[in-house]
Design a protein around this ligand. Structure first.
Ligand code: NAD
Ligand code: MG
Length: 405
């Protein structure tokens, strides 16, 4: 029996994780569910999985969860312990009962709990790529020190993890991550200026949370994944390539020194990598339809357009710059994506905000998670200033007054 803490249980990855877990009550029990604000879904998850602990982002959400549980038939003495805030997230991820932590909070809000779980030697299924983008060096050092294994849940990295099992690390020439290309793969550069949040949220192959969906449309997500791959597998940015593959069936490839390429292929369903992370090194039947090879299909591969999607280039540059550059990259993107979703900046302004923030925030080496969080905060403040400038420009162009500054 494995005892789990799920960070981000109400999100897209959290829900898929609980779907896998719920099919095997004899194998998994849930110690803690950690989430942000969806108290309705959290109450349903409490009834079904009966965790010992629930952690919400704020006290308000905790109060709302209590109200919801009071409306159910679950007697109060069987309610979980309910807590809130960053300290409680760390406790939920590091409790001595816990064997496996699914790290699926979005953004740096998940960093501390994931880092502490790794430090205590918990096995971690890593979906939250921002943890490695913001703080790859410290996180990987902690994993080496505690001897824990970080099992990637991001589909491309999960694919690489599988392909690397085919040979020796010293025989690997490069990693190739595939990208669907997002909803604007075929949209002209000129037309990108007018795309709306609704269009950007309409991802062609994956159903995911809002931030990663916008990040996929700008290719920031693929840039983050290059950085994530460098840290997870100990490669330089020059050894990680990206190829556009709109069908999202081949998730990743590993090229060995003799030119042989091993690819990982499976259905476009996150329950595949999630289950792999839960069962590794074993494999089990998955609740996902298998590929039907009798069906005619065409898979295509092409190079990404770095002029149309400059974010990917910026991510490579940040990783090469080292130090805190990629922490700033993540913070600037988070601010820019929020501003785009609120229709305060245009779609092409997202990479522009990232670029200017990277130019303005000095690169330094963070020696602790606290320092990473300070750099994150500073970078956000700079990115907010850049956004305000761009917001003004957008509204001046449209000839109206900004509603939100
Ligand atoms: P999502 O937006 O659907 O879910 C995010 C989860 O984080 C929610 O449960 C939310 O309540 C929780 N959360 C947010 N802020 C919080 C806070 N302050 N405290 C506690 N909980 C908080 O996102 P998602 O699509 O599930 O993605 C989660 C992570 O996994 C992201 O880092 C994403 O990049 C990564 N990822 C997702 C996918 C996917 O298919 N969805 C694939 C690869 C990687
Ligand atoms: Mg991915």
């Amino acid at each position: 029996m494995k005892t789990l803490t799920i960070l981000g249980s109400t999100g897209s990855i959290g829900v898929s994780t609980l779907d896998v877990v719920g099919r095997h009550p004899e194998k998994y029990s849930v110690h803690a569910l950690v989430a942000g604000s969806n108290s309705g879904l959290l109450a349903e998850q409490v009834l079904k999985f009966r965790p010992r602990v629930v952690v919400t982002a704020t006290d308000q959400v905790r109060a709302s969860l209590i109200n919801r549980l009071a409306e159910t038939a679950l007697p109060c003495q069987e309610w979980p312990e309910m807590m809130c805030g960053p300290r409680a997230r760390v406790e939920a991820a590091t409790d001595s009962e816990v064997d496996f932590v699914m790290s699926a909070i979005v953004g740096v809000a998940g960093l501390e709990a994931t880092y502490e779980a790794i430090r205590r030697g918990k096995r971690v299924g890593l979906a939250n790529k921002e943890v490695l983008v913001a703080s790859g060096k410290l996180v990987i050092q902690a994993a080496r020190k505690s001897g824990t294994e970080l099992i990637p849940v991001d589909s491309e990295h999960n694919g690489v993890h599988q392909c690397l099992r085919a040979g020796r690390r010293s025989d690997v020439a490069r990693l190739i991550l595939t990208a669907s290309g997002g909803p604007f793969r075929e949209t002209s550069r000129e037309k990108l200026a007018a795309v709306t949040p609704a269009q950007a949220l309409n991802h062609p192959t994956w159903k995911m949370g809002q931030r990663i969906t916008i990040d996929s449309a700008t290719l920031v997500n693929k840039g983050f994944e290059v950085i994530e791959a460098c840290w997870l597998f100990d490669f330089s940015a020059d050894e990680v390539d990206v190829v556009i593959h709109p069908q999202s069936s081949v998730h990743a490839m590993v090229e060995y020194t003799d030119g042989s390429v091993i690819a990982q292929i499976s259905a476009t369903d996150m329950r595949m990598p999630i289950q792999y992370a839960l069962t590794y090194p074993d494999r089990e039947a998955a609740p996902v339809p298998r590929l039907d090879w009798s069906e005619a299909r065409i898979w295509s591969f092409s190079a990404p357009d770095l002029e149309k999607f400059p974010s990917l280039k910026l991510a490579y540059q940040a990783q090469r710059a080292g130090g805190s550059a990629s922490c700033t990259l993540n913070a600037a993107d988070e601010v820019a994506v929020e501003a785009f979703l609120q229709e305060r900046i245009s779609f092409p302004a997202i990479p522009a905000v990232i670029e200017e923030t990277l130019e303005r925030v000095p690169v330094r080496e963070a020696g602790s998670i606290e320092e990473v969080l300070q750099i994150d905060e500073l970078s956000r403040a700079v990115a907010c200033e850049v956004v305000s400038k761009k917001t003004k420009t957008v509204y001046e162009e449209r000839g109206r007054v900004p509603v939100k500054a």
